[in-house]
Design a protein around this ligand. Structure first.
Ligand SMILES: *Cc1c(COP(=O)(O)O)cnc(C)c1O
Length: 387
């Protein structure tokens, strides 16, 4: 057994990021400024979208996106139960109601079949979450959305870089929200980005991200700026700092390289585990699609094993492997269960998947030997505990 712990995630921060942060500190401009503008432009160019609005979290991006498209009190917003609480909590910020949808058993993405039966006259939007970086069935989701005039806000916190029908995620729905949280595929420590081709929504998100102050508020401390500003709306404090953007600029340049490594490691997991009958592996994406491979979620056939998922996680930890669970479905959390009145039986697929899912470590800081060690350890545990 190895003698050092393999964490579930370690970010890859190079000397370029370090030097850029130091240069930012020395520049005298710490908060939103030239590096945020540069990060936005380079991000928009990479994605191939018209507008990219940088904010201080993925959650902030989701909140601003829903606000920009006009979600308001009493509206209903469809979203998967298999997601992080951020996807749903932003709906409640606007006094709207999250309506949860069950997932597909294999991809864990929201099941498009569930959309129409969840619609009511109050349904205004849908938030597909590309679980682990695998694109949702966007054609079907967009068709239904067009038919019922729903806005599509994608939660792409896991989906950088991902492609659907050869289009980059970030150019598909009405607004797409990315996260640069420490564990995501690229990071700024904390940060997020909203992309859209609609200049009005972009402008609304920019204004609301900085106190609802009139255009280019951050420029008021530059030579070309003015002390004068007007508050147009009661906005929020969601602006990204130049310190964070300094990290993001270099992370973005490495995004393809990071993906290549993750894609190679995902292939190694697939090869190394595909013959294990007690496991369901994440399905490979169809032709024309790119899985971002943010997460590698395996499902344990617990009925064929003498241990539970939780025991499996503990045994991996004893063998120096950090794992995680993505996610505890929202309907099982006290807040959503009690306020929305859901039961486990309302979401049979997500409830069943929750007992089976384990996210294995997958990030460029791992070595190929680390991946092999995880494969060997998973195989030997399954062999030892199979019924
Ligand atoms: C990480 C995450 C978010 C929120 O991102 P933050 O940047 O942490 O606010 C939203 N949705 C999903 C599915 C996530 O995993």
């Amino acid at each position: 057994m190895r003698n050092h712990f393999l964490p579930f995630h370690v970010p890859t921060i190079g000397e370029e990021e370090v030097q850029e942060v130091v240069a930012t500190l020395r520049s005298g401009w710490l908060t939103t400024g030239p590096r945020v503008k540069q990060f936005e432009q380079e991000f928009a160019h990479y994605i191939g979208c018209q507008q990219a609005v940088a904010v201080n979290s993925g959650t902030a991006a989701l909140h601003l996106a829903l606000e920009a498209v006009g979600i308001a009190e009493g509206d209903e917003v469809l979203l998967p139960t298999m997601t992080f609480t951020a996807t749903a909590e932003v709906v409640t910020y606007l006094k709207a109601r999250p309506v949860l949808l069950d997932c597909q058993p294999d991809t864990l993405n929201l099941d498009p079949e569930q959309i129409e039966r969840a619609l009511t006259p109050k349904t205004r939007a849908i938030i597909p979450v590309h679980m682990g970086g695998r694109p949702c069935e966007m054609d079907r989701i967009l068709d239904i959305a067009r038919h019922y005039r729903l806005k599509v806000i994608e939660d792409a916190a896991h989906a950088l870089p991902a492609r659907y029908c050869d289009r980059m995620v970030g150019t598909i729905g009405d607004i797409t929200c990315f996260s640069f949280y420490a564990t995501k595929t690229i990071t700024t420590g904390e940060g997020g980005m909203a992309t859209t081709d609609n200049p009005e929504w972009a402008e609304r998100m920019r204004i609301m991200s900085l106190h609802g102050i009139s255009k280019d508020a951050w420029k008021r401390y530059t030579a070309e700026g003015s002390w004068y500003y007007e508050v147009l709306f009661p906005g929020y404090k969601y602006n990204l700092t130049d310190l964070a953007a300094a990290i993001g600029i270099h992370q973005l340049r490495k995004c393809e390289h990071f993906w290549n490594v993750r894609q190679r490691y995902a292939a190694l997991y697939h090869e190394g585990l595909q013959d294990v009958a007690e496991l369901t592996l994440p399905p490979l994406p169809p032709a024309g699609q790119q899985h971002a491979w943010h997460l590698y979620i395996v499902q344990l056939h617990v009925e064929q094993l003498r241990i539970t998922r939780n025991q499996f996680i503990t045994l991996l930890k004893e063998r120096q492997i950090g794992t995680s669970v993505h996610f505890i479905p929202l309907h099982l959390h006290p807040y959503y269960r009690d306020t929305l009145g859901y039961r486990a039986a309302d979401f049979p697929q997500a409830s069943a998947a929750f007992e089976r899912i384990v996210s294995l470590p997958l990030y460029p800081q791992m070595t190929e030997a680390d991946v092999t060690y995880v494969i060997d350890t998973v195989r030997s545990l399954v062999r030892h505990y199979r019924r």
